[in-house]
Design a protein around this ligand. Structure first.
Ligand code: LLP
Length: 395
């Protein structure tokens, strides 16, 4: 909850902007790291969720590793202080240049998504006169019960090596002289809410797969189960810190342990979603025949999740807080020339007026990083709640 003085400072800033609550970030990351330590798990923050430098540096400083999906993310993670030996690199389409960056920096693991990729990595490492640390990303063929655009572990998805190639993978790993094969990687999907059900299913399947590889003589020292822990978009203030405990307990209890074997997780959304809000002003209030519209100065270019996935984000009118205004129902929409630029239909809000400041909540993950400059719109900058500009600095 923002204080009256914070809201009045925010009210004067140029909108739209991303507001980050660094105190909530701190609480969230320390809870994730505390639970991980309790269950002996390794955490790699999925940088793709939010690549704000202050946020990434904070997470690195708390001792997490990083999960990256591009050469640029690897370089960014290194710059923010994530140690190379804690950086994993996933992605179905790594370029030779990106593979070179990963090998050159000696990162923890290049997660190869196909046999062809593993051969390419082996060749590049050979030419560089180095050894590449490699894991195989496996497609476990399980259903994460989530949106079809963010499910990744089904056989029909493009991710990972399928079961019918397991034997070829074993012989390839033995043949590749320039790779150190260090384990298996999985990731079944994102925004998973059936945590115990989906992750215990993942563990059972992963245990079977690991046993198969070990029965064929391939040692698996690292098992990376990816990310996926969901958050409460409906009511962020009820669950500001996601339930890392249930997730990590399910994984720790579900995985067969072996001395020397490490289990890794790659939370993205759960680490950063709730600490971010997209703040936007009401430009116009339009009274239609059947509906009333609030037209905001933020649009799908700033936060694409509603337009892309039909995602729900809670909307609050900060200006109206504590003013006892009567309730009204609005379609809240952005300014971009696309019919899908809609924040929410039929939203109950306090009666709202031009100039009111709205917060689109739970926008810290896959928000600012997915912004675009469509319509040549400016990119919304970051503002940190603990460093609000004073009156004199305001635009
Ligand atoms: N590890 C791998 C290999 C991944 O592909 C992902 C996310 C993660 C970890 C982190 O997953 P998380 O903990 O955040 O669920 N833009 C979409 C989400 C795409 C997720 C892609 N992969 C959204 O806004 O919902």
């Amino acid at each position: 909850m923002l204080t009256v003085s914070e809201i009045s400072k925010l009210q004067n800033l140029k909108t739209p902007f991303y507001l980050y609550d660094m105190e909530l970030l701190a609480r969230t990351v320390s809870e994730a790291m505390r639970q991980a330590a309790l269950y002996g798990l390794e955490v790699h923050y999925a940088v793709k969720a939010n690549a704000d430098e202050r946020i990434a540096r904070y997470i690195a400083g708390m001792g997490a590793g990083a999960d990256c999906v591009s050469g640029n993310e690897i370089l960014f993670a290194l710059k923010c202080g994530f140690p190379a030996e804690k950086i994993a690199f996933a992605g179905v389409g790594k370029t030779d240049e990106e593979i070179g960056i990963a090998i050159d920096n000696g990162i923890f693991s290049i997660n190869c998504e196909s046999l062809q990729e593993m051969e390419i990595v082996n060749g590049i490492a050979g030419r560089m006169g180095k050894k590449a640390n490699v894991s195989a990303r496996i497609n476990p063929d399980i259903d994460a019960h989530t949106h079809k655009y963010i499910t990744t572990g089904l056989e029909e998805n493009k991710f990972g090596i399928p079961q019918h190639e397991f034997d070829d993978l074993i012989s390839l790993a033995a043949r590749c002289r320039n790779i150190d094969f260090n384990g298996l990687h999985f990731h079944v999907g994102s925004q998973i809410l059936d945590v115990e059900e989906v992750f215990s299913l993942e563990c059972r399947r992963v245990n079977e797969i690991v046993s198969y590889f070990e029965s064929k003589g391939l040692a698996i020292n690292n098992i990376n189960l990816g990310g996926g822990l969901g958050i409460d978009y409906d009511n962020p203030d009820a669950h500001p810190v996601p339930d890392f405990g249930t997730w990590m307990k399910t994984v720790a209890e579900g995985m067969k342990s072996l001395p020397g074997r490490k289990i890794h997780l790659e939370p993205g959304r759960a680490m950063v979603a709730q600490c971010g809000s997209l703040c936007t002003k009401v430009l116009y209030v339009k009274h239609g025949l059947k509906k009333d519209f609030l037209i905001t100065d933020a649009g799908m270019t700033d936060l694409v999740r509603p337009a892309l996935y039909g995602a729900y984000h809670r909307i609050e009118n900060l200006t109206a807080e504590g003013k006892g205004r009567k309730e009204a129902v609005y379609d809240v929409v952005g300014p971009v020339c696309e019919s899908s630029d809609v924040w929410g239909e039929g939203r109950k809000l306090p009666e709202s007026f031009r100039g009111d400041l709205l917060a689109i909540r739970s926008a810290g993950a896959y928000g600012q990083v997915m912004a675009s400059r469509y319509n040549l719109r400016d990119l919304a900058p970051a503002v940190y709640l603990d460093r609000l500009p004073e009156q004199s600095e305001q635009k």
